[in-house]
Each structure stands twice: as C-alpha cells, then as structure tokens.
Ligand binder design. Structure first.
Ligand SMILES: C[S@@+](CC[C@H](N)C(=O)[O-])C[C@H]1O[C@@H](n2cnc3c(N)ncnc32)[C@H](O)[C@@H]1O
Length: 283
C-alpha cells in the first residue's frame, strides 16, 4: 500500500478506535448530551452545549433549498444521529447515516427507534472515504465536524460529489486551520490530538470543490463560534468532572482538558477556522 493510502487507512482506524471507546462514548453522552457532537452556535457563551449544538443543525437546514419532505440525505460521519433525526422529524427527509463507530451507530439506532423515526433513517457502518452508494442518489450530502478525522479529504469530497444528484447540495462544517497559517508547527498540539498531520481549510475545500465542478452556494466563516464552543466544553467538563467518576477514566479527562486548552489557545492565535461550507452540484 503506498504511504499516503497507509496513512489514510491508519486515520480511519484511529478515529474508529477513539469513537468506539467507552471513555469517548460516556463523555459525549454526559457532557455533550449524547445527540449532537459538533461546534454549537452560541447566543451567549454560557448557553447549554446541547441547545447551541442544535442551533447549528437548524441553521444549516435553513440554508438548503432541496430539504423538502422525501428528500434523500446522506450524513457522513453521523455520530449519534442527532441531525438525522432533526431532518427527518422537522423536514420529512429520508436520511442515510454513514458512520465509522458501531458504538455510536447502536445508540443512533436506539434513539431513532425510541423517537419513532426508524422508517426514515437508515444507519450504515462504514468509512466516508469509500462510498458504495450509486452515482446521483442523494439530494443532499451533509456532514458536521467529521472530515477533520480523514487522512484523504480530497477523496471524501470526490465521493460526496459523485453521489449527489444534479442540482444536489453538499453542506458541511469542519474544524479547520486558518487559510494562511504562518507557522504550521504552532498547530502541532492540535494535530497531535487528532493524530493527523493537518486539518482542512476554507481555501483547501473551496479549491477541491471548484475542481469537482461544484458551485459555491454561500459558505459562512463563523470561526469565533469554535473558540466559544471549545471554551464552553472545557468549562462544563471542569464544573462537572465529579459526575464522570467511574464512567470516564481520569486519564481521558486529563487529556481532554489539555486538548481543549490547545484548541482554545490556537483559536486565540487565529490559527483555526470553522464555518458552514455549502456547495451545489450543477450537473
Ligand atoms: C465530532 S464527531 C461528529 C458526529 C456528528 N456528525 C455530529 O455532529 O454529532 C465525528 C464523527 O466522525 C465519524 N468519523 C470519523 N472518521 C470517519 C470516517 N472515515 N468515516 C465515517 N465516519 C467517520 C466518527 O465516528 C464520529 O462520529
């Protein structure tokens, strides 16, 4: 296997092992609310994480002209499926969740069943680098804060473009590096935490999507929300650390606090970016 392909396969393995771990599962359930695990849109910096996170989903959904009852949506790296249930319940969409972690997929299926949405949501185990869906089979490809884990983001975007119908929309968020990071070494502590040599960027995603023939449908830079969110998660974790005793290992909590501090510091140094990227497949 060539070096790049080996690195990409390793990234998939690392993400799967992390999201399948009991530590991660209990942490996301207790501290983040167990539905959505992505950057929230905060009206106040001390707002509940779950409310701000749900606002991101609603904000993205409101941008989509294809989001009508019966619309076929593919969610790449769907986690616990919070967005899928929102899109199914509020907009009548039919959502396929593709996700690497079977621990998350099991919770997704349970929550979906409990909320009476199993008829509209299918949960598949798999990696978004290798999409097996037919060409032109979705009206919308959606993803939140998942592409950062990939060792081959160009391949992920090419697959997403392939499975979109003509006129279909690709919408995603991702924690990224700023377009002109002066000193990439400054992001070392952030990269170490995701076990990857880099992050995407607005410039990288735009160039890739334009090369694939997609048109910008009005992307939004909301980098300030990333800083607010990671600081909010850190504060919540510090305040509620006691609740995690016996559920999440001390080593995981310590590493998480350190990692969150790296993200906040890097955001303060303007090394990071975050926002909604929204493109349309013309034909
Ligand atoms: C930060 S979580 C976001 C989950 C979900 N999108 C949300 O916003 O609640 C990142 C997700 O990406 C998934 N993931 C990471 N690498 C993946 C890959 N190569 N293929 C499919 N899913 C992947 C993980 O399983 C995890 O659920």
């Amino acid at each position: 296997m060539p070096g790049d392909a080996r690195a990409a396969a390793k990234a998939v393995e690392t993400a799967e092992a992390y999201y399948d771990s009991r530590d991660a599962d209990r942490f996301y359930a207790i501290i983040w609310g167990g539905e959505d695990i992505h950057v929230g849109l905060y009206e106040r910096p001390d707002e509940r994480i779950a409310n701000a996170s749900r606002r991101t989903v609603a904000h993205m959904a409101a941008r989509l002209s294809n989001l009508k009852p019966g619309a076929r949506v593919l969610d790449l790296g769907a986690g616990y499926g919070g967005a899928a249930r929102y899109l199914a319940r509020e907009h009548g969409a039919h959502v396929t969740c593709l996700n690497l972690s079977e621990v998350e997929n099991a919770r997704n299926r349970t929550l979906t069943l409990e909320q009476g949405l199993s008829g509209q949501i299918r949960v598949d185990h798999g990696a978004f680098e290798d999409l097996s869906f037919p060409d032109a089979s979705f009206d919308i490809v959606w993803s939140q804060d998942a592409f950062l884990h990939s060792g081959d983001r160009a391949k992920v975007l090419a697959g997403a473009a392939r499975v979109l119908k003509p006129g279909g929309e690709l919408i995603f968020t991702d924690p990224m590096q700023a377009d002109h990071v002066a000193d990439p070494a400054a992001l070392g502590p952030v990269y170490d935490r995701i076990h990857l040599p880099n992050l995407g960027s607005f410039a990288f995603y735009r160039a890739q999507l334009e090369a694939l023939g997609l048109e910008d449908a009005g992307s939004e830079d909301m980098t300030g929300q990333l800083r607010t969110h990671y600081a909010r998660v850190r504060a919540e974790l510090e305040a509620r650390r006691g609740e995690l005793k016996g559920e999440v290992s001390d080593a995981y909590v310590a590493r998480m606090l350190e990692g969150l501090t790296h993200w906040v510091n890097a955001a303060d140094q303007r090394l990071l970016a975050w926002g909604v990227i929204h493109y349309r497949k013309v034909r």
